[in-house]
Write a protein that binds this ligand. Structure first.
Ligand code: GLY
Length: 405
C-alpha cells in the first residue's frame, strides 16, 4: 500500500480515537466503537508495515501475552479479522477501510478449496460473506459457492451430517477413537450453505444444511437444553458411537462456547428456513445458559458452565460475544420475552465494553477484548484475546445499532 495513504488512514483512525477520548463519551457504545477504531488502526499499521510479503492475519497473542500471533488462510480463524474489518467499516462509515478489508479478505481466497476440515463456513462466510455487501457481488459470490461445494464434500449421507474433523493417522482425534466426529461448532458453517442456495438456486446446499441441523438437533442435546460438544458417528450406518467433549471440562459438562455456537447456529437456521423448531432449540439452549447458576451477574460465562473451580476459573469472553450477537437477532423474532433478551445482550455488551474486558489501545496484542479461552484441555490459549471474540463483539454492536434504527 502507498505509504502516504497508509499514514493518513492510521493517523485518521488515531485522531478520531483520541478526539473521542478527550470528549469522554458518556455512551458506552460510542466509546466501544472508538476503542475498536484505535486498536484495529494499530493492527492495520502493523500489517501494512510488515516487510515479509505476506498479508498478516492476526489471531491471538503469543506466550508473552502481548506479541501478536498470526494465522494461515487454512486456520479456522482466518476469516475473522477480514470480517472485523468489514464490520468496522459498517460501524464507522470510514471509506478508507474498504480497500484494506478487500485486501485482507482476498488474501484468504484459497480457503474456498479447503476440504480437510469443516471450518470453510466460518472462514468464507465471515470474510467474503460480509464483503459482498460492499464490492462486486459476482466475484465474491463465486467464492462463496465454491466454498459451499468444498464443505459439501464432507457430507456423510449415511449419518446425514457434515464431518467436522478428519481422523488421520496418530492425530489427537484418532487417539480418541473417533470415526466421524461432528462438533456443535459445525452449526456455524451452515449459513454459507444457505447462502449458496440463495445465490445459485441449487437446493443441494440447503438440503445438506437442513439434514445436518436436524441430525444435530436429534443427537447433540440433553433434556435441559444444553449440548454435547462432540458426537461421533458411524458414517455408514449413522449410529452414534460416542458422546464426548474436546474443549469442555467433561463429556457431560456444558462447554460455554459450544452452548453459544448452538444458540447462534440454530437462530441462523430459523432465519434461513422459517422452521420454528430451530428457533425453539435456540431458545432452549439460551434458557439453559441464562438460568444457569454459574452465569455471573455481568453475563460473561466461565469457560465451562460446570468447571469445577468456579468462581476461580477463567471466563470466556468469546462465548459471551457470540451469545450477545445471537440475542440481538433472537429478540427480533417471536419469542416469549424479547425485552429480557435485549436486556441480557446489553448487559453482556456493557460488561465487554468496560475496562474489565476491553484492553487499552496498544496493549493485548492490539485486540479489542481480553479474557477469552481457546481450549483448556489442550492447554492452549487460556485467558487471552481471540480474534473471534472481537468479530462477534463488533457484529453485536452493529446488530444493536440496526435494531435501534
Ligand atoms: N471451533 C473451535 C472453537 O470454538 O474453539
Amino acid at each position: 500500500m502507498n505509504k502516504t495513504l497508509l499514514t493518513s488512514i492510521v493517523f485518521g483512525l488515531f485522531a478520531i480515537g483520541a478526539a473521542a477520548q478527550q470528549k469522554l463519551p458518556s455512551q458506552w457504545e460510542e466509546k466501544a466503537v472508538d476503542n475498536a477504531r484505535q486498536q484495529m488502526g494499530l493492527q492495520i499499521k502493523a500489517i501494512e508495515s510488515d516487510q515479509s510479503g505476506r498479508v498478516l492475519n492476526p489471531v491471538t497473542v503469543k506466550a508473552d501475552r502481548n506479541t501478536t500471533a498470526y494465522c494461515r488462510y487454512d486456520d479456522w480463524r482466518s476469516g475473522f479479522f477480514p470480517g472485523s474489518m468489514w464490520y468496522l467499516y459498517e460501524l464507522t462509515g470510514d471509506e478508507s477501510l474498504v480497500p484494506l478489508a478487500r485486501k485482507y479478505t482476498e488474501a484468504i481466497s484459497e480457503a474456498q478449496f479447503l476440504t480437510w476440515h469443516h471450518d470453510i463456513g466460518f472462514i468464507i462466510n465471515c470474510s467474503f460473506g460480509n464483503g459482498r455487501r460492499h464490492v462486486d457481488r459476482d466475484e465474491y459470490e463465486k467464492v462463496i459457492v465454491q466454498a459451499a461445494r468444498s464443505l459439501c464434500s464432507r457430507f456423510r449421507p449415511g449419518a446425514g451430517v457434515i464431518q467436522s474433523w478428519n481422523v488421520d493417522g496418530n492425530s489427537w482425534q484418532a487417539q480418541r477413537g473417533w470415526i466421524c466426529p461432528v462438533i456443535i461448532d459445525n452449526m456455524m458453517n451452515l449459513e454459507l450453505l444457505f447462502e449458496a442456495t440463495e445465490i445459485t438456486g441449487d437446493s443441494t446446499y440447503y438440503n445438506v444444511a437442513v439434514s445436518h441441523a436436524d441430525r444435530t438437533m436429534a443427537e447433540h442435546f440433553r433434556p435441559d437444553g444444553s449440548c454435547y460438544h462432540v458426537i461421533d458417528y458411524d458414517p455408514e450406518s449413522g449410529k452414534v458411537l460416542h458422546r464426548n467433549t474436546a474443549q469442555g471440562y467433561a463429556d457431560e459438562s456444558a462447554w460455554s462456547r459450544g452452548q453459544s455456537w448452538a444458540v447462534y447456529g440454530f437462530t441462523v437456521c430459523y432465519r434461513k428456513t422459517g422452521d420454528r423448531k430451530y428457533l425453539d432449540q435456540a431458545v432452549a439452549t439460551l434458557s439453559f445458559m441464562k438460568n444457569h447458576a454459574s452465569l455471573p451477574s455481568d453475563g460473561i460465562p466461565y469457560w465451562d458452565m460446570d468447571a469445577p473451580g468456579i468462581p476461580d476459573e477463567p471466563r470466556d469472553v468469546s462465548s459471551a460475544a457470540v451469545l450477545a450477537s445471537s440475542l440481538y437477532e433472537l429478540c427480533g423474532y417471536s419469542v416469549e420475552n424479547p425485552k429480557e433478551y435485549r436486556q441480557l445482550a446489553d448487559r453482556i455488551m456493557m460488561s465487554l465494553a468496560s475496562d474489565e474486558y476491553t484492553a487499552k489501545p496498544g496493549e493485548n496484542g492490539r485486540f479489542i477484548l481480553m479474557h477469552s479461552v481457546g481450549s483448556i484441555p489442550h492447554k492452549s490459549e487460556i485467558d487471552v484475546p481471540l480474534n473471534y471474540a472481537d468479530y462477534y463483539y463488533l457484529e453485536a454492536l452493529l446488530r444493536r445499532r440496526n435494531l435501534d434504527k
